[in-house]
Design a protein around this ligand. Structure first.
Ligand code: ATP
Ligand code: MG
Length: 393
């Protein structure tokens, strides 16, 4: 966080959908819940008395179950939604009092949105999408190209400027979405579940990318997610919502140490259970494989060539026999022994479909990378202790 300056100050914002709002407000004040109020009045309390102070330069994450009001709230920040009551101050100015011109300037220069479903224009190429906002602002072609190209390379898509959108993967499309939002050089990036359509590995890349971009550009990021792991990974502070209300705002550490209530606690407890990454998503191909009948000398040169100190020993059809270390291979070579004389049979193994969290205990103890074998015992890959543990971060 660059400093503690308040950037977006949300004061007691409520948003109700429906006709008889006064009746809904009255019974809400009597203490009835969102569902009950909807049944009685047909009014949805999408936000209730939300107050927040988002600081310049922070990554502020909003998390909550579906329907808890996350999108409604961030759409109030750029006035795509108008609060029923309450005020929002941006840099001390009440955005509700902006006239048309001020609102346009605010949306074009201060606050940009990145959407879950990318919202890209399929008839334009990457460059055409990224520079679109600048074009709307009337920035001359040469200048907007320079800026767009800079942002394309910021998100790691250099060389793709003239690719059609349809040829890109989901992760690449979302990079374009981010580059487009950044091209305006906004102070605030609003991101409404930007990574939830991506598969877990791409999602992790994008989380990392976002943190990197943030380091470089020092933007204020307001990020919505369903995923507590994602929230804790990228958030400086996390706000948790339920039925339109903010239940707790805290740093990830504070929140996990002192959850405000059972709802928060359940979210935190779900952290590990939602980790459904399986071994096959992160295993790598072992680069040092030897066969039982190979010479120890061959094993030594294979390990040396790959810069590793152990090799996996397989028999026909890649069936795993064990591991040989470089020290044992050297000893075998010197003493005229074979690989089968020095092989270590006691090797930790797992299967491709095992959930990563399930092998953490094994990973903390294993001496060699864990071997991934299929039902026939064939070696499919390996997974190192560091990979298992870092994938949990
Ligand atoms: N235009 C609308 N008209 C009526 N009700 C709405 C409207 N938009 C949202 N709501 C209601 O407001 C509540 C909050 O919705 P919102 O979309 O903000 O939730 P969310 O937390 O973003 O959910 P999700 O995780 O599913 O995206 C929900 O009960 C929703 O049904
Ligand atoms: Mg939403």
């Amino acid at each position: 966080m660059e400093n503690n300056k308040s950037l977006l100050n949300v004061k007691s914002v409520s948003k109700l959908y429906g006709i008889d709002k006064n009746k809904a407000i009255k019974i809400k004040k009597e203490g009835k819940g969102k569902d009950e109020i909807y049944k009685e009045t047909g009014v949805t309390i999408a936000l209730w008395d939300v107050s927040l102070d988002i600081k310049k330069g922070e990554t502020f994450v909003i998390i909550g179950l579906s329907g808890s009001g996350k999108s409604t709230l961030v759409r109030c920040f750029n006035l795509l939604n108008k609060p029923t009551s309450g005020e929002i101050y941006y840099n001390g100015k009440d955005i509700g009092s902006f006239d048309k011109k001020e609102l346009n300037n605010y949306r074009r220069n201060e606050i940009s949105m990145v959407f879950q479903q990318f919202g890209l224009m399929s008839h334009r190429d990457v460059l055409g999408n990224v520079e679109y906002g600048l074009e709307v602002k009337g920035i001359p072609k040469a200048k907007r190209h320079t800026k767009a190209i800079e942002m394309i390379s910021m998100v790691g898509l250099q060389g793709y400027e003239h690719e059609p959108i349809s040829s890109l993967s989901g992760g690449m499309k979302q990079r374009v979405g981010i580059a487009r939002a950044l091209a305006n050089d906004p102070e605030v990036l609003l991101m409404d579940e930007p990574f939830s359509a991506l598969d877990p590995l791409v999602r992790k890349d994008m989380q990392f990318e976002l943190l990197t971009i943030k380091e470089k550009l020092n933007k204020t990021i307001i990020f919505i997610t369903h995923d507590i792991n994602e929230a804790f990974k990228i958030g400086d502070r996390v706000a948790i919502m339920k039925d339109g209300e903010i239940i707790q705002v805290a740093t990830p550490e504070e929140m996990s140490e002192n959850p405000a209530d059972d709802y928060v606690k359940q979210f935190i407890d779900s952290a590990d259970k939602t980790q459904v990454i399986s071994v096959k998503n992160v295993m790598i191909t072992p680069n040092s494989i030897v066969r039982l009948k190979d010479s120890p000398n061959f094993a030594i040169s294979t390990m040396k060539a790959n810069g590793v100190s152990s090799a996996y020993v397989v028999q026909d059809k890649m069936r795993l026999q064990g591991v040989i270390t470089i020290d044992d291979a050297i000893r075998a070579n010197r003493e005229g022994l074979s690989i089968s004389d020095v092989i270590i049979h006691d090797v930790n193994t797992t299967t491709p479909d095992t959930i990563l969290t399930d092998i953490i205990p094994m990973a903390t103890k294993t001496r060699f990378p864990i071997a991934v074998v299929d039902e026939t015992g064939a070696l499919k890959g390996i997974i190192s202790r560091a990979q298992v543990l870092s994938s949990m971060l």
